[in-house]
Every structure is written in structure tokens, then in C-alpha cells.
Unconditional design. Structure first.
Length: 296
């Protein structure tokens, strides 16, 4: 139990001198794009276009796999030279009834099997919440749900990343709303297969962000880093994210904090935008690559 006490120690205060903003990225070797970013494209088209644009990695949303041979799709992505970075998404564990919580666990087991077939090393978890149910209860159900599927994840060699979501989604999409809460869960679950996806859209506002990113790094739990931007005004709570550079998120500052942990994984472009999905997607992909060079 001694180690439990050690990992339960509180996060230290942020360093007095904040890290300087990161330098521009020298190339596209760490650029990953989520399939949902260019939602109008079927996955085969996205793979071809991403590869031609010099994108190095792809995170696959499960809806793009409908009706496909998943293993064959994974091979296709790798043949294009793309690293399969993660599968989005699992989670949504909380529910009013044990029966519904069981269905959620079954769906997460299917997600693990899909990730294994695809060759994705990681599943991003949007953890879920139930309107009207206390958030503390939802958080316990999330912990129980992750614990229930951990044996399958371990057996499949698939890691699970808790993605804290902005508090505006605490009603129905996630009861995990800060990186501190996600780090607490990682400590409670105590598995090398459970970590965190840091998404700037959800976390940029948090005054403890630098300290919690550092803590996440010490836990060995910083599994993924997602980028986009926050527009003013935001006209839709879900589908009005900005391309990097269109908003107010200090992207180079946050990447410096992430890289101070030793993280050198992918910078994943994840943009849900009705506005941008309506534009020419070839032109949009060029803008994504340029925004990555100019702002990430
Ligand atoms: Zn994300």
C-alpha cells in the first residue's frame, strides 16, 4: 500500500517560470489527422488524400469502418504509409440501469476488438454522463466501466485514453471535465494501459493545466495530444471548432508543456466543424497542413 500513498500525493504548484512557447514543427512527421476532421470523405479517400498531402498518421472514427473489413482497412492505411494512431471512440459508461451499463461495457469490448483488428494501439474514451445523475456517481460508473474492460484491453494490447471534456459537456457527454480528474482516475486504476488524451479544445482554459500536464507526464499517462482552436463567438457547442489559428488557444504554449514531459507522439488535428465540412475538402486539407506549420 506504500505505493498507493505515493501516487496519491497532490499535484505540486505550477513552476514559477512558465516554459517558453514551442518552436514551429520542422516537418509533418508528427502530424495526424482524425477522419472526422474531413468527415465528408470515406476512409479510403481520406487515406489517399492524407498520404498525398504528407500527413503521417490517421486517427480512425468508428463510423468510418461501418460495412468494412476492419483488418483489411488497417492494412490499406499502412500501405498508404499512414500510422494508425488511435480509434475514436469508446466510453459512455454511465447509465441509469445496470442493464444499460452492461450494454456500454459490451460496446467498449467491441471497440477493443475493432482497434485490435485495425491495428490501432489506442482507444480514446469519451467517458459519458447522464443528465440529472450526480456527476460523482457517473465518475464511479466510469471507473467501474474502464476496470471491467481492462482485461480485454490488456489481452488485445490496446491502451485506453480518458479524454477530459470541457465542462459545457458535463450534462451528457462526460463527467470527466478536467485533466486533474483524469489524472486522479489514472492513479486509481493503476494500469499501464490507462492514460489520458489531452485535447486543447477541452482544457485550454484550466489554470492548473501546466501542472496537470506535468503530473500526467510523471504518471507515464500522456497517451495522445489533440489540437484545434476555440472560436469567438462559438455558435455551436459541438460542431463549431476552429482550425488552428482561427481562435484563442495558446497552441505553442500548451505544446511546450506537453513536450516538457518528454512527449514526442503525434499532434492530432481533430476539428468538428459544420462550416469547414461544407467547404472543398481538398482545399481544406491544404489549409490544415498550413495551419499545422503556422500555429501548432
Ligand atoms: Zn479530442
Amino acid at each position: 500500500m506504500q505505493s498507493l500513498l505515493l501516487v496519491s500525493s497532490p499535484a505540486p504548484a505550477a513552476p514559477a517560470a512558465p516554459a517558453a512557447p514551442a518552436a514551429p514543427l520542422p516537418d509533418l512527421r508528427r502530424l495526424c489527422v482524425h477522419t472526422i476532421t474531413t468527415k465528408p470523405w470515406p476512409i479510403e479517400v481520406a487515406a489517399a488524400k492524407f498520404a498525398a498531402a504528407g500527413v503521417s498518421g490517421i486517427t480512425v472514427w468508428r463510423d468510418t469502418l461501418a460495412g468494412r473489413d476492419i483488418a483489411a482497412t488497417g492494412r490499406l492505411l499502412r500501405e498508404r504509409g499512414l500510422a494508425v494512431v488511435s480509434l475514436c471512440r469508446g466510453g459512455f459508461f454511465p447509465a441509469r440501469t445496470a442493464e444499460d451499463r452492461g450494454k456500454a461495457i459490451d460496446d467498449n469490448r467491441r471497440a477493443i476488438a475493432e482497434a485490435h483488428a485495425l491495428g490501432a494501439p489506442l482507444i480514446v474514451l469519451v467517458c459519458g454522463a447522464v443528465p440529472g445523475q450526480p456527476l460523482s456517481e457517473s465518475r464511479q460508473q466510469i471507473l467501474d466501466g474502464i476496470a471491467a474492460v481492462l482485461p480485454e484491453a490488456q489481452a488485445a494490447g490496446v491502451k485506453l485514453a480518458i479524454e477530459p471534456l470541457h465542462p459545457m459537456y458535463a450534462d451528457s457527454r462526460s463527467a470527466v471535465n478536467t485533466l486533474g480528474q483524469a489524472n486522479d482516475m489514472v492513479e486509481q486504476l493503476r494500469s499501464p494501459h490507462v492514460g489520458v488524451a489531452v485535447d486543447v479544445y477541452h482544457l485550454w482554459w484550466d489554470p492548473t493545466l501546466q501542472a496537470e500536464i506535468a503530473r500526467c507526464g510523471r504518471l507515464g499517462a500522456l497517451f495522445a495530444y489533440h489540437v484545434c482552436d476555440w472560436r469567438t463567438p462559438t455558435i455551436d457547442l459541438l460542431n463549431d471548432r476552429g482550425l488552428m489559428g482561427e481562435g484563442c488557444i495558446p497552441l505553442r504554449q500548451i505544446r511546450a508543456w506537453v513536450e516538457a514531459t518528454g512527449y514526442r507522439g503525434f499532434n492530432e488535428v481533430e476539428v468538428f466543424s459544420t462550416r469547414l465540412w461544407a467547404t472543398d475538402q481538398d482545399d481544406y486539407l491544404r489549409k490544415i497542413v498550413q495551419a499545422y506549420r503556422d500555429h501548432v
